[in-house]
Ligand binder design. Structure first.
Ligand code: NOJ
Length: 547
């Protein structure tokens, strides 16, 4: 590892706070619940925690609609509790990242309330993106990421922009007050010992001042496939965004130890991701190409090679990720037949037959692949328990705004946000002392509960614990380089110095363990004769082995 740059090979654990652990019995996760489970995270062996937004919010988008960036949502706790959490996490050697939501605020933010009451052209409206109607309709043809138009009507025959829900008005990042206020927010949390931020929708902040129509030239998140990548999409991944991130980097570097940023940037391939992680910009960017990659050896190899090349070209460490609170659970994506088409969300899986055992085997193998690659990784809570997507939530329980905004056609993201099972035979599985959880948990998760898995050496949790322990201790793992070995079709085989080899069997046939290697860890039982079964990864020690 590069000295002092802990983030280059950190394993970060994403806490989706509403669904992690409930300390006060109201069925919603909170700071007290999280604090009571810090021991679990230390034992798991992660290096840092990223907590999804915990700020005051009307919760139209589960907290990504922030009403006050420098406060704590009362249902989650208090600022004093937050400060105590930072202290205790640090005492346990865990770093803490928060979620910064700079593209938009909640419509309940005092700034938007003032803008709503104010008249066209007023200073209050200039912090957001208000525009006169075009004829009787919205100012342009942009669509919300959640479905429907990206504009809603306000008073004075004006419309305001919201790339997400109508309760999430977009801020105007050309406004000096907006910039100054976010710097204040960064300092507020950095001064309280927070180690860094994940930046929500990092590519969306800069907008074309002309607000030109998308027309036929662009998709909502970039150019049409196959067309030139230029950085002048009307609102996605525009070149001028980088100046802002350079200024934030300076601010983060003024702290001791320096604070860290992770970009949430769904962009058009690794070449577009690289600028975000240049040496004077953000430290890390989630590798969503890896997340969305099908379980097919050529596709995986291509993503890995491109990621390493492009990150290497700017001196950045990759940040591998298999899932998060916006995509269908890994186990459920991999339970489907795999095709070249990347798959992310539940809507893309509905109606496709699933094989749960295959999904779990692949997810376990993918975890060992991810944790063996050069760089760092982020785990999404429940991934270490092998939780599947809950695909059959009743409509009345669905809370994600995508469900309603899509005219109830898209089931949305609730299925990966179900409260965690900790112990016990039935819901709420130790998540809460109350009986009702904010999203219902399925029957049949008792064997998935953390305590049941901790007692089972063959569980997904035990696999993650062992993998993270080996990763910490093995000098070859984490930041660094790797070398591919020639292998059969459908097999990924690579080594890392000193003395480490990983074989991932993505083929349909058992594969031999390379000669002279000792098995350190396997994602599933080996077959007769020590062969590596399909959908299985092995970590091998090559110390002293002939090469
Ligand atoms: C990305 C977040 O991960 C997602 O949950 C949220 O809905 C959007 N950004 C809008 O903030």
């Amino acid at each position: 590892m590069t000295a002092g740059q802990w983030w280059r090979d950190a394993v970060v654990y994403q806490v989706y706070i509403r669904s992690f652990a409930d300390g006060d019995g109201d069925g919603l996760g909170d700071i007290a619940g999280l604090r009571s489970r810090l021991g679990y995270l230390s034992e798991l062996g992660v290096d840092a925690i990223w907590i999804t937004p915990w700020y005051p919010s009307p919760m139209h988008d589960a907290g990504y609609d922030v009403a006050d960036h420098r406060g704590i949502e009362p249902t989650y706790g208090t600022l004093t509790q937050a400060e105590a959490l930072v202290t205790e996490a640090h005492r346990r050697g865990l770093r803490l990242l928060l979620d910064l939501v700079p593209n938009h605020t909640s419509s309940a933010h005092p700034w938007f309330r003032a803008a709503w009451e104010a008249t066209p052209g007023s200073p209050e409206r200039q912090r957001y993106i208000f525009r006169p109607a075009l004829g009787d309709g919205p100012p342009n043809d942009w669509r919300s990421e959640f479905g429907g138009p990206a504009w809603s009507r306000a008073g004075g025959d004006e419309w305001y922009l919201h790339l997400f829900d109508r309760e999430q008005p977009d801020l105007n990042w050309d406004h000096a007050e907006v910039r100054a206020d976010f710097e204040r927010t960064l300092r507020f949390w950095f001064d309280r010992g927070i180690d860094g931020f994940r930046i929500d929708v990092a590519p969306a902040l800069a907008k074309d001042p002309a607000l030109s129509d998308l027309g036929g030239d662009w998709t909502s998140r970039g150019p049409r496939p196959g067309s030139a990548v230029s950085g002048d999409h009307p609102y996605w991944d525009r070149s001028e965004i980088h100046e802002l991130y350079r200024s934030w980097r300076e601010l983060a570097d003024s702290y001791d130890p320096p604070r860290v940023f992770v970009a949430e940037a769904w962009v058009d391939g690794p070449e577009r991701l690289a600028p975000y992680v240049r040496p004077d910009e953000l430290h890390l960017a989630f590798n969503f190409d890896f997340l969305a990659c099908p379980w097919l050896a050529p596709a995986l190899r291509t993503v890995i090679d491109q990621t390493l090349a492009v990150h290497g070209s700017v001196g950045a460490a990759p940040s591998w990720v298999l899932s998060n609170h916006d995509v269908a659970r890994t186990v459920s994506r991999f339970a489907r037949p795999q095709s070249d088409r990347p798959v992310r969300v539940l809507a893309e899986l509905v109606g496709i037959e699933a094989d749960a055992a295959v999904g779990e085997a692949r997810a376990r193998a993918a975890a060992l692949l991810m944790l063996a690659l050069p760089g760092g990784a982020t785990l999404y809570q429940g991934e270490e328990l092998g939780l599947p997507e809950v695909e059959d939530l009743p409509d009345h329980a669905r809370a994600d705004p995508i469900f309603e905004r899509s005219g109830r056609l898209d089931p949305g993201r609730d299925g990966c946000r179900i409260p965690l099972p900790w112990d016990g035979a039935e819901p709420p599985y130790g998540f809460s002392t109350g009986r009702v959880t904010w999203l219902p948990q399925p029957a049949g998760w008792a064997s998935r509960a953390a305590s049941a898995q901790a007692a089972d050496a063959g569980s997904v949790l035990s696999l993650y614990r062992r993998a993270l322990r080996i990763r910490r201790e093995h000098p070859a793992l984490g930041d660094g380089s790797m070398e591919w070995h020639r292998s059969d079709h459908g097999v990924l085989s690579f080594s890392r110095l000193p003395g480490f080899h990983c074989v991932v069997n993505v083929s349909g046939a058992p594969q031999p363990v390379p000669p002279g290697c000792d098995v350190l860890l396997a994602s599933g039982p080996l077959a007769a004769g020590g062969m590596i079964p399909p959908d299985t990864s092995v970590w091998l020690s090559t110390d002293g082995a002939p090469r």
